[in-house]
Structure formats: structure tokens, C-alpha cells
Design a protein. Structure first.
Length: 256
């Protein structure tokens, strides 16, 4: 299924030269296609390699859509990293996005092993990060690792609905939000709706795994149509949603 989706994506998508929006052109040329060999890439590689070598086994209580590959709740860290964690390429993209947008306040729903958390924090060390993980053992593991790496991240062990209910009692707003958990149609839409009061004009929302299942493909289509969304970017790997009222409503498909 993914291969067919990717072929369609390649046919419909464009690179920077096909972008007539200055905002999107700058995003593509200065972030997506930035060829700078940042020194921090070695730190990303080291973090990624460390996780890929960990034989420690932890028990996972999966609160989301579950895994397509794992048959047991007892999983090795290195297997989680290989099968369901961000790739090194993804980590570099998250790093560049954080470096480009310089978000002061970041929210991540779905910490897992903290690969995206680490990348976003490294990209902008001044950012305050809240990352939420429903599984107690994963949250504990990532909390210790991110603290060791001196990433300014608060790792909260809570299911997303409970966290968002508490968050809605505050006026806190975020500059960048990454939704990378559950991966089902209705929960994804519900999370997005509950986050509306915490989004401002320049917030960037990232939706991971938008082609992972038919449900996620449907959720992505629905999110693009949301009245608050002005522009969207489909990179195949993840989706981006923008709320800049000064922009016309447009959808983009960009190869990265």
C-alpha cells in the first residue's frame, strides 16, 4: 500500500522550483533542502546508534493503534528504535525545522524513545519542550536519557486525553506541535480540535505517519480541510499545518 501511495505522491509532488509561495519556497530551500553539514548531526547519529544497540527489554502498554510488527508487549529498545522510531533522516529534518522556525514552546504527543524530542531540542536549545508519553516504561526510559543529554524537556507520563483536558484549563500556547501517537482517525482529529486554543497565527503543527494506515490518510485529508488551517504541506513522511491568516488557503506536496 505504501509503495502505491508513494508513487502517487511522487507524481503529484514538486520541489522548490515548483513553489510560487515565498513562504513555502523559503521553507523548502532554507530548511528541507539545507545541505549544511551541521556538527549537531554527529550528536543525532550518536543518539540514534545508542538506541539501536540497546538490548534492554521493556514492557509496553500501547494506548494507541498498536503495532503492525510487534507480536508481544515485551520489546527490546533496539527493536523499538528500528521498527517504530524516527529514522536518522527524520531526526535531521526535525532538527532543521526547529532550527529554522526557532519555536520557544514545543509540545509533542508521543515521546516514544525521544528521538524527535532530542532532535527538536538540539535544533533550538532555548526551547521549552513538553512531551507526553502514555506508556510508563517508555516515559521513564526517555526521561532519563533526555536528561542525560541535557535536553530541556518535561516528559509527562499520561494518556493524551487526560493531558489535553488539563492543558485546556490553561492559556498556554505552543509555537510547534508534533502529533505522533495513536494513529487512528477519530482520536487524531479529537487531539487537533482540543489543541485549537493553544495554537496561534504562527504555530506549526506536524502530523507524523500520514500514510501509515487508511485511517491516517483520511485524518490527514480532514485536517487539511479544517477551517483554521490556511496552508498544508504533505512531505509523505509527515504533514505540516499552518494557520497564518495572511495566506490564501493552499495545499502543497513537497518532496524532501
Amino acid at each position: 500500500m505504501l509503495l502505491g501511495d508513494y508513487i502517487k505522491f511522487r507524481f503529484k509532488s514538486t520541489n522548490a522550483h515548483g513553489l510560487h509561495s515565498p513562504f513555502m519556497y523559503n521553507l523548502a530551500t532554507r530548511c528541507f533542502y539545507d545541505k549544511t553539514k551541521y556538527d549537531d548531526y554527529q550528536k543525532l547519529k550518536a543518539y540514534h546508534q545508542f538506541l539501536s544497540q540497546q538490548n534492554e527489554t521493556i514492557e509496553i502498554d500501547d494506548l494507541g493503534a498498536g503495532s503492525k510488527k510487534f507480536q508481544s508487549d515485551k520489546r527490546k529498545i533496539k527493536d523499538i528504535s528500528h521498527i517504530s522510531g524516527s529514522s536518522l533522516k527524520d531526526m535531521k529534518i526535525y532538527y532543521r525545522l526547529s532550527k529554522y522556525f526557532k519555536p520557544k514552546n514545543i509540545l509533542e504527543l508521543g515521546t516514544s524513545l525521544g528521538k524527535a524530542t532530542y532532535s527538536l531540542g538540539l535544533g533550538n536549545p532555548q526551547a521549552d519542550i513538553i512531551t507526553v508519553e502514555g506508556d510508563e516504561n517508555l516515559a521513564g526510559f526517555s526521561r532519563l536519557l533526555l536528561k542525560k543529554e541535557k535536553i530541556n524537556a518535561q516528559v509527562i507520563n499520561q494518556d493524551f486525553n487526560s493531558f489535553l483536558k488539563n492543558l485546556n484549563q490553561t492559556k498556554k500556547q505552543f509555537d510547534l506541535i508534533l502529533i505522533d501517537g495513536n494513529h487512528r482517525y477519530q482520536p487524531t482529529l479529537n487531539y487537533f480540535e482540543k489543541l485549537q486554543k493553544h495554537i496561534h497565527n504562527d504555530t506549526v503543527v506536524l502530523i507524523d505517519d500520514i500514510y501509515w494506515t487508511d485511517e491516517m490518510k483520511q485524518a490527514w485529508q480532514k485536517l487539511k480541510e479544517h477551517p483554521a488551517v490556511r496552508q498544508s504541506v504533505d512531505t509523505f513522511h509527515f504533514g505540516m499545518l499552518f494557520f497564518r491568516k495572511q495566506q490564501f488557503k493552499q495545499n502543497f506536496m513537497i518532496r524532501i
